[in-house]
Design a protein around this ligand. Structure first.
Ligand code: ZN
Length: 701
């Protein structure tokens, strides 16, 4: 019921009711903020989170029933007078509340402390995914859209431009991608396969989320691992618990443990997680995708997946990845030889080789020895509140924004934060973001931005401002200390916050293009660009201050050394990324019998041979959602490096508001409503180039 009222009660009524209500639920300043949105024609609401599995189910029933009834009306319209507004536009309106619930369920299944709630939300997500599949096969809706298109093509209707034209073309393209043009029997088969694929992917993801593997080591076995980790991981029997499914635990060991046997054990445990469950599931997922692609007339799943992206087809993506692998070969071999020499000294074995389980450790040693960079020692400059303040200031400055903290009316974690975002110049409220900072049992175990309410021009003409959540897993505080971040965590949150801004600053009209709903091989570019900020002396100088002694700023020579070290390790770093991209593409080029063999071969080709008996792809969440899309990180990196040059060449560099505002207008506000290559050109004010990217890889021009 609450869900219905969320969408039906106009904001003015909500604000009016609150004055007479005996105990107003939301915080007063939240109400004021929402009321402030009205003069701008905006709607801003706190999401209402369901509080029991029964509420989830009832809410979902209501949402889907309403959407189905609206679709029935759309399908039953008089086709001879079908218009853009009565078909394509209407479809975007109808889908919006379902998408909003899907977003919320997706977030809740990854963050709710109660397992039965996570389960209910997971089921809701599965049901909605099925609903979306069924929607794309509704013939009555398709025919209405076709009827509009026929009228449009005959010139009976006004010419569409910009976002509306894009929405028309891409909605119709998606019908073709769903196979609506196929005969009934083939179409039925595609639909059934899609439902099966959804189930398999949900199972695959669930096995990853549920996996909790820990192994135990003696203090001697963990020789080299930082004291703080040893203290935090110590068990009653004196041994240490390493949760290999918690990335920070895993990295603490892999980067620091002197004993090769320890690293091998830890690596094996990590890369066999969920293998028994997900090995067969992955094989079935890959086979199902291939069958769908083939029925739809594509050569393989990679072609199907890349069609709506910048790359356009699988071969272009593969060529991009293979070209980079080749360009990096000399640099990669040089770097591995450097690491190998360290291992020779370490082991006294002239013929020592760098294995998969060695690279993190020797890279970390190399950093310490050659660049004097002990990344752990930098944590004192990065207490979490300082990092967040500094990051907020950096984003506020270039985008001309103001952030303000409020108490969230509903919390799924005790330390949950909620922030309001407004335009500093006009005072226009633009949206809100939650911050869920620390690891918990059953919580999503990486860093990610989740949409909750997406931006959208509502049917009544007002604009729904977005709400998002940043789900993080920062290193928790030790007793007597603030939570101290690694530089890597700082980089990650700057990146994720870029996604939050992408969502919140949107002005796209349709839910389909709002926020970060852009081509998947472009979506990371604006965020990846912000990773540059945490390497900049001016930006870090503002907040990277030793929390024990405010007179000590992060040492500039350390920064320079880190940068140099970063460049000196780009070969290994990037070849690993490319091995993931290649593994993912090869899995989706057709005729795959044994995913484990394909992935391990691609990994050996582009990186190091994986440890015998491991199957890391079974615990690789990117394979559902980023399938045939991992190359997009590198693709987007190339664009990000190019875009960063605009700031690097600006008078105030990474603090330059003019460049920032152009970024906001040309990239962040338009979302997917403009073709990404065009949006990038408008921001760059020139043609794109790969030069900056190759330079970041240490390859010159
Ligand atoms: Zn990202």
């Amino acid at each position: 019921m609450r869900l219905l009222s969320l969408f039906l009660i106009p904001l003015a009524m909500l604000a009016g009711c609150a004055q007479n209500a005996p105990a107003p639920e939301p915080e007063p300043d939240l109400d004021q903020f929402a009321a402030l949105a009205a003069p701008y024609g905006n709607v801003l609401e706190i999401p209402a989170f369901e509080e029991s599995p029964a509420e989830v189910e009832a809410g979902l029933d209501a949402i889907l029933a309403r959407a189905d009834a609206a679709l029935d009306r759309l399908g039953a319209q008089d086709l001879s007078v079908a218009t853009y507004a009565s078909t394509i536009q209407r479809l975007d309106d109808i889908v919006y509340p379902v998408t909003t619930m899907l977003n919320r369920m997706w977030l809740m299944k990854e963050t709710q402390p109660d397992a039965s709630m996570r389960e209910a939300c997971t089921e809701a997500v599965a049901r909605m995914n099925e609903w979306f599949v069924a929607l794309s096969y509704r013939e009555d809706v398709y025919e209405a859209c076709q009827a509009f298109l026929a009228r449009y093509t005959r010139g009976e209707l006004p010419k569409l431009e910009g976002e509306q034209r894009k929405l028309m073309l891409e909605t119709m393209r998606d019908y073709r991608r769903s196979g609506l043009h196929l005969d009934a029997a083939t179409r039925g088969e595609v639909e059934a396969l899609r439902n099966k694929l959804n189930e398999l992917e949900t199972e695959f993801d669930g096995n990853i989320t549920d996996a909790q593997v820990e192994i135990h080591f003696t203090t001697e076995e963990l020789d080299g691992v930082p004291e703080a980790f040893l203290t935090a991981s110590q068990q009653a029997d004196g041994r240490h618990r390493v949760r290999v499914t918690v990335t920070s635990d895993y990295l603490s060991v892999m980067q620091n443990a002197r004993r090769e046997e320890t690293r091998k054990r830890c690596n094996f445990a990590r890369y066999t997680v969920a293998m028994a469950e997900n090995g067969p599931v992955l094989a079935e997922i890959v086979a199902t995708r291939e069958r769908i692609a083939s029925l739809l007339g594509y050569a393989n799943w990679a072609d199907y997946q890349t069609e709506p992206k910048m790359a356009g087809d699988g071969a272009t993506a593969v060529a991009f990845v293979e070209d980079l692998i080749q360009r990096l070969e000399p640099k990669f071999q040089d770097e591995v030889e450097t690491l190998r020499k360290l291992k020779v000294i370490d082991t006294g074995n002239e013929n020592a080789e760098i294995h998969f389980w060695d690279f993190r450790y020797y890279q970390s040693q190399y950093m310490k020895q050659s660049f004097g960079v002990d990344t752990e020692a930098l944590r004192v400059y990065f207490p979490l509140p300082q990092v967040l303040d500094g990051m907020f200031a950096a984003y506020e400055r270039i985008f001309d924004l103001e952030f303000e903290a409020v108490e969230p009316p509903q919390k799924w974690a005790d330390d949950l934060e909620l922030w309001l975002v407004k335009d500093a110049a006009s005072g226009e409220p633009l949206g809100m973001f939650y911050l869920d900072n620390f690891p918990r049992e059953g919580k999503y175990n990486h860093f990610a931005q989740f949409d909750i309410i997406g931006g959208k021009r509502l049917p009544d003409g007002r604009y729904q401002r977005p709400v998002v959540a940043l789900v993080c897993n920062f290193t928790p505080a030790l007793p007597g200390e603030p939570a101290l971040m690694s530089h890597n965590e700082v980089e990650t949150i700057f990146h994720e916050f870029g996604h939050a801004m992408h969502s919140i600053l949107t002005r796209a009209e349709s839910t389909r293009y709002a926020g970060a709903n852009v081509a998947r091989d472009f979506v990371e570019a604006p965020s990846q660009m912000f990773e540059n900020w945490v390497w900049d002396a001016d930006i870090l100088g503002d907040f990277a201050i030793d929390y024990r002694d405010p007179s000590k700023k992060i040492p500039m020579e350390t920064l320079a050394a880190m940068k140099e070290a970063d460049l000196a390790t780009q070969g290994v770093y990037y070849r690993r990324q490319l091995s993931l991209a290649l593994s993912d593409l090869r899995l989706h080029l057709g005729e795959v019998q044994d995913p484990q063999a394909v992935v391990n071969a691609a990994t050996a080709e582009a990186f190091f041979p994986p440890q015998a008996g491991t199957h890391f792809a079974a615990y690789w969440g990117h394979l559902t959602g980023y399938d045939a899309g991992y190359y997009g990180y590198a693709w987007a990196d190339a664009i990000a490096a190019d875009m960063a040059t605009v700031f690097q060449n600006a008078p105030d560099r990474y603090r330059d508001r003019e460049a920032g505002m152009r970024l906001r207008r040309q990239i962040y506000e338009v979302g997917g409503s403009v073709d990404p290559s065009e949006a990038v050109r408008r921001f760059l004010q020139r043609e794109p180039s790969n030069d900056a990217f190759l330079k970041t890889l240490g390859l010159g021009q």
